[in-house]
Design a protein around this ligand. Structure first.
Ligand code: NAP
Length: 248
C-alpha cells in the first residue's frame, strides 16, 4: 500500500521539472494521476506512458492553467475520467526575468497570469468537488523568492508572494470543510528553469545554502507526497520551505 493509494491527484505543469517528479512520486505511492502540460506535448505524452507503468490510472491533458475557462473544462474532464479529485497540485509556472526598469507590461502580465491567476483558476474549479467530498488537499508551489524577493524577479516574486496570501486565505475559508491548503517554497532546484543560469550564479547560490547543494525535483516531490497524504491531516495554511536551509 502506497501513502496515496485510493487518492486521485491533479498536477499542473508536469511535462518536466518539479511537476514531473511529483507526478512520478504520486504514481509510485499509488495515486491515480491526472496531469497537464502546454507546450511540451511529446514530453507530456511520454509521461503518461511512464506513469501507467506503475499500474495506476493516469491521463495527460493539454491545458493552459492561466486560462479560467480552460481550467474549468479541465477539472470537468478530470471528474468525468477519474470520478473525483482528492489532491490538487498547482505547480505550473514560468519566469520572465528582468530589472524593473526594463520590465515590459507583457513580462509582468505573463508571469502573474501563469503563476498566480492559474492557482485561482484551478482552485476555484476544484473546490466544488472538495466541498462535496468534505475533503481535499491543495498544494501550491511558491518559491523562497516569494518570501524574500529577488532583484531581477519582481514579477516572479510578486506572483509567488501572492500564492502565499492566497494559500493562507483558502486555508482559513475552507478549513471547516476539511479542505487543506498549503504551499511549498522550493529554494534552488536543478530543473530546466534554473538550467539557464550560468555556473557562477549557481555557485553563488549553492555557497550560501547550509546543505551546500542545489535541491533535486525529487526533494520537492517528497514534500508534496507528505502534504497530499493523510499523515499531514492536521497541517493547513502553512508554507514548507524545501531549500536546504537557504533562508535560515
Ligand atoms: P520547468 O522545468 O520550467 O517546468 C514548468 C512546467 O510548467 C512545465 O511542465 C510547463 O509545461 C508548465 N507550464 C508552463 N506554463 C504553463 C501553462 N500556462 N499551463 C500549464 N502548464 C504550464 O520549471 P520547474 O523548475 O519544474 O518549476 C515548477 C514550479 O516550481 C514553478 O511554479 C516554479 O516557479 C517553482 N519553483 C521552481 C524552483 C526551481 O529552482 N526550479 C524554485 C522555486 C519554485 P510545458 O513545458 O508543457 O508548457
Amino acid at each position: 500500500m502506497g501513502l496515496l493509494t485510493g487518492k486521485t491527484a491533479l498536477v499542473t505543469g508536469a511535462s518536466k521539472g518539479i511537476g514531473r517528479a511529483i507526478a512520478l512520486k504520486y504514481a509510485q505511492e499509488g495515486a491515480n494521476v491526472a496531469f497537464t502540460y502546454l507546450s511540451s506535448v511529446e514530453k507530456g505524452q511520454l509521461l503518461e506512458a511512464e506513469l501507467a507503468a506503475f499500474g495506476i490510472k493516469t491521463k495527460g491533458y493539454r491545458s493552459d492553467a492561466s486560462n479560467f475557462k480552460a481550467a474549468e473544462e479541465l477539472v470537468n474532464n478530470v471528474i468525468v475520467d477519474f470520478g473525483t479529485i482528492d489532491i490538487l497540485v498547482n505547480n505550473a509556472g514560468i519566469t520572465k526575468d528582468g530589472l524593473l526598469m526594463r520590465m515590459s507590461e507583457e513580462q509582468w502580465d505573463d508571469v502573474i497570469n501563469i503563476n498566480l491567476k492559474s492557482v485561482f483558476n484551478l482552485t476555484k474549479a476544484a473546490i466544488k468537488t472538495f466541498m462535496k467530498n468534505k475533503a481535499g488537499s491543495i498544494i501550491n508551489i511558491t518559491s523562497v523568492v516569494g518570501l524574500r524577493g529577488n532583484a531581477g524577479q519582481s514579477n516572479y516574486a510578486a506572483s509567488k508572494a501572492g500564492i502565499i496570501g492566497f494559500t493562507k486565505s483558502v486555508a482559513l475559508e475552507l478549513g471547516s470543510r476539511n479542505i487543506r491548503s498549503n504551499a511549498i517554497a522550493p529554494g534552488f532546484i536543478e530543473t530546466e528553469m534554473t538550467g539557464e543560469l550560468n555556473a557562477d550564479v549557481v555557485k553563488g547560490w549553492t555557497d550560501t545554502i547550509p546543505l551546500k547543494r542545489a535541491g533535486k525535483a525529487e526533494d520537492v516531490a517528497d514534500c508534496a507526497v507528505f502534504l497530499g497524504a493523510d499523515m499531514s491531516a492536521y497541517i493547513t495554511g502553512q508554507v514548507l520551505q524545501v531549500d536546504g536551509g537557504m533562508l535560515t
